[in-house]
Design a protein around this ligand. Structure first.
Ligand code: COA
Length: 136
């Protein structure tokens, strides 16, 4: 059974293995836990039987006007079961008091976000690959 939890969550780094698939220099589970702790809002999906986090989404926000959603991922073993949609729906609900809710994604995922009520846009970015694993 999949349980959904928000910021009031107590999880350990060992429960976060397997994320950042295909990242050449991924954050460690310990760094992943720090990311979750430092984010303004998080939603996570826990597989109760495995006692593992199988999906998560983060948002950072000024709490007044805007929020940015940097990370959404569901473990490959658990994709296609509605978990990503549920995590995003829960996060968008929590951010619905704000004016701007932004994220960047590849074109192939745009249809996924459109189904959740988001619209295509354009953006700009910098990626410092030397920092991909996260700052100590
Ligand atoms: C994108 C992602 C979070 C979706 O999670 P998920 O739990 O598999 O999604 P759901 O099961 O809720 O899928 C809902 C629908 O979106 C579709 N969908 C899922 N991933 C998709 C993708 N990458 N591109 C296009 N459509 C996608 C599914 O086919 C499904 O459609 P269906 O209901 O007709 O079968 C997941 O594929 C993932 O973690 N991908 C790798 C990381 C990533 O790309 N994150 C987003 C960064 S912007």
């Amino acid at each position: 059974m999949i349980l959904y939890r928000d910021n009031e969550v107590d999880i350990a780094a060992e429960q976060l293995a397997g994320f950042f698939v295909d990242w050449p220099d991924p954050p460690s589970p310990e760094t992943h836990l720090r990311i979750l702790e430092a984010s303004t809002f998080i939603e996570i999906a826990v597989d109760e039987d495995l006692d593992r986090v199988v999906g998560f989404v983060t948002a950072i926000s000024d709490g007044i006007l805007s929020a940015y959603i940097p990370l959404l991922e569901v473990l490959p073993s658990h994709q296609g079961q509605g978990i990503g949609s549920e995590l995003m729906s829960r996060m968008l609900d929590r951010l619905s008091h704000l004016y701007m809710i932004d994220l960047l994604c590849d074109p192939d995922v745009q249809s996924f976000y459109e189904r959740l009520g988001m619209q295509k846009s354009q953006g700009m970015l910098i990626r410092n690959y030397a920092n991909q694993a996260g700052n100590p």
